[in-house]
Design a protein around this ligand. Sequence first.
Ligand SMILES: [Zn+2]
Length: 58
Amino acid sequence: MAKSISCHDAGKDCGWSANAPTEEELMVVIEEHVKAEHKEIELTPENVANIKTLIKDI
Ligand SMILES: [Zn+2]
């Protein structure tokens, strides 16, 4: 089962979404997007845990 996330589900005014075969691969893509587009979000362990709750199985 692949993994999917969208910024819209996180309450962001952002149309970005992504999917990847595994959560680990998806987190790499998410971190790149957050660093590029959501510089206000610090990738603390707490925030990473919150992001992971938004990941869906597709
Ligand atoms: Zn975004």
